[in-house]
Ligand binder design. Structure first.
Ligand code: GDP
Ligand code: IMO
Ligand code: MG
Length: 422
C-alpha cells in the first residue's frame, strides 16, 4: 500500500513502534503528525532496545526519511537529547530527519503548568506524562503559541518569549509553582535552536514532492484512539487528534491521498494514567507485571491491564475506518486457561454495544464477557498462521471479527522477527 496510516486502537502502547519498524522496510518515509514526547515507542533491533519519543521509529533504518510534521508539539531541548542519544548509539540522524517549521514548541512553562494543573485537580487528575502537551496545544488553539519558525529567528523568538514568560510566570506563581528565568529559557532554547536548524524546513512541500515522486509514506500514530481529544474518554485524554483523521491535518497530506488505515491493538487491554477502563482486571495485571511487562515506556508507571474489550476496538474501527488490523502481544496470553472478551457493557438495566459518551456511564460499565479456551503453549517462536495453536487462531479470528477489519499482522514478541503477516 502506498500511504498507510497506523493508529492505536486502544489507550496507547499497543506496540505501534514495533509494527512501524516492521513496515518501514517497505516504506520510504515515516511521518509523525501529532502528539509529542508523551509518546514512547519501543523498537528492539537485534539485542538493542530503543525507545523513541519524538523521532519517528523509522530512524532506525538508515535509508528511510523521517518527518516530524506540523501537528506534533516539539520540546527542542528534549529533541536534541533524543538526537544525540541516537547518534551515540551509532544511529544516523542527518538529512534523513526533517522537522516542520510550523510545529508548535513545548516551553518550560508548559511543562510546569502541566504538572501544577494536574496536581491541583487532586482526585480528578488525568495523570498526564508531564511533558507539557496539554498546555502547548492549549496555547496553539488560543493562538499564542511559539512555532519552530519563530524559534529559528533569534530576535523574533527573544521578543515573543518575553511576553509569554511574563504571562505564564503570573499563573505559575498563583498556582504555587516556581517562576521561570527568561534569560535561562532563552539561552537553553537558543542553544537547542542552533542544533535543530539544519533539520527545520517546509515539510508540507517536501511531503507533496515526495508523494508526487511515488514515495510511500507511513504515518506513525502516537497515543491511541481513546486518548483522542474528540473521540476519547474525555477528559482523560491527551490534547491532539490521535485518530486517523489527525494524520491529514497534522501533515498537510490530504485525506484522499491516504490509501490504507491499519489499526494496532494488543491481544488484551492496557491503560496508563487515570480514567475509566471497564475490563481492568487484577489477575491479568498481576500476570503481565509478573512477567516484567506493561510498564510505561515514557514514565515507567505500571499500566493497568485487563481483558480484550471489543466495544472499544469496534468503536475505534468506526472512527478510524480500519482496513487492516495488527494484533500484538499475543504471547502475553500464552499461559491463560480461559480468555475473556468483552462484547458489550451493562449499566443498570441498559446494555451498550457502543462506547457510552457519558463519563459516569463509562465509569459504571459492567462488561459482558464471552469466554474462549486458552492455548496454554508458547507462541513466541511461531512465524506462520497455520502453526499457531487452534485456540489462538480462534481467539484472533474472534477479536478481529468483533472489531471489524482484516487481520494482517500478528506479533508474538517484542523483536522484529517475532512477527508474521497473513
Ligand atoms: P507503542 O507506544 O504503541 O509503540 O508501544 P510501547 O512501546 O509503549 O509498548 C509496547 C510494549 O510491548 C513494548 O515494551 C514492546 O517492546 C512490547 N511489544 C510489542 N509487541 C510485542 C509482542 O508481540 N510481544 C511482546 N512480548 N512484547 C511486545
Ligand atoms: P504512545 O504513543 C499511553 C496518556 C497519559 C495520560 C493521558 C494524557 O506511547 O502510545 P498527556 O501527557 O498526553 O497530556 O497525558 O494520556 N498518554 C499515553 N498513554 N501511551 C501514550 O503514548 C500516551 N501518551 C499520553 O498517561 O493518561
Ligand atoms: Mg508507548
Amino acid at each position: 500500500m502506498a500511504n498507510t496510516i497506523l493508529v492505536g486502537a486502544q489507550w496507547g502502547d499497543e506496540g505501534k513502534g514495533k509494527i512501524i519498524d516492521v513496515l518501514t522496510e517497505t516504506s520510504d518515509i515515516v511521518v509523525r503528525s501529532q502528539g509529542g514526547a508523551n509518546a514512547g515507542h519501543t523498537v528492539i533491533v537485534g539485542d538493542e532496545k530503543f525507545v523513541l519519543h519524538l523521532i519517528p521509529s523509522g530512524i532506525l533504518r538508515p535509508d528511510k526519511v523521517c518527518v516530524i510534521a506540523n501537528g506534533v508539539v516539539i520540546d527542542p531541548v528534549s529533541l536534541v537529547g533524543e538526537i544525540e542519544g541516537l547518534k551515540q548509539r551509532k544511529i544516523k540522524v542527518g538529512k534523513n530527519l526533517l522537522i516542520s517549521e510550523t510545529a508548535h514548541v513545548v516551553m518550560p512553562y508548559h511543562r510546569e503548568l502541566d504538572g501544577l494543573r494536574d496536581h491541583k485537580k487532586g482526585k480528578n487528575k488525568i495523570g498526564t506524562t508531564k511533558r507539557g502537551i496539554g498546555p502547548t496545544y492549549g496555547d496553539k488553539a488560543a493562538r499564542v503559541g511559539l512555532r519552530m519558525i519563530d524559534l529559528m529567528d533569534p530576535d523574533r523568538f527573544a521578543e515573543k518569549l518575553k511576553g509569554r514568560v511574563r504571562e505564564n510566570n503570573a499563573v505559575i506563581k498563583a498556582w504555587g509553582g516556581t517562576p521561570l528565568s527568561y534569560k535561562k529559557v532563552l539561552a537553553d532554547y537558543q542553544e537547542a535552536a542552533a542544533k535543530l536548524k539544519p533539520f527545520v524546513t517546509n515539510t508540507v512541500v517536501y511531503l507533496h514532492e515526495a508523494m508526487n515522486a511515488g514515495k510511500r509514506m507511513l504515518f506513525e500514530g502516537a497515543q491511541g484512539t481513546f486518548l483522542d481529544i474528540d473521540h476519547g474518554t474525555y477528559p482523560y485524554v491527551t490534547s491532539s487528534n490521535t485518530v486517523a483523521g489527525g494524520a491529514s491535518t497534522g501533515s498537510g497530506v490530504p485525506p484522499h491521498r491516504m490509501d490504507n488505515v491499519l489499526g494496532v491493538m494488543k491481544a488484551y487491554t492496557t491503560r496508563v494514567g487515570e480514567g475509566p477502563m471497564p475490563t481492568h482486571n487484577d489477575a491479568v495485571s498481576d500476570l503481565l507485571h509478573g512477567m516484567g511487562r506493561e510498564f510505561g515506556a515514557t514514565t515507567g508507571r505500571a499500566r493497568r491491564c485487563g481483558w480484550f474489550d471489543s466495544v472499544l476496538t469496534r468503536h475505534a474501527a468506526m472512527v478510524n475506518g480500519f482496513d487492516d488490523l495488527a494484533v500484538t502481544n499475543l504471547d502475553g496470553l500464552d499461559t491463560c486457561e480461559t480468555l475473556r472478551v468483552c462484547v458489550a457493557y451493562k449499566v443498570g438495566r441498559k446494555t451498550f454495544e457502543h462506547l457510552p459518551n457519558d463519563k459516569d456511564d463509562l465509569a459504571n460499565c459492567v462488561p459482558i464477557y464471552q469466554d474462549f479456551p486458552g492455548w496454554r503453549s508458547s507462541t513466541e517462536n511461531v512465524r506462520e498462521w497455520k502453526k499457531l495453536p487452534v485456540n489462538a487462531r480462534n481467539y484472533l479470528k474472534a477479536i478481529t471479527q468483533l472489531t471489524g477489519g482484516r487481520l494482517k499482522i500478528v506479533s508474538v514478541g517484542p523483536k522484529r522477527e517475532q512477527t508474521f503477516m497473513l
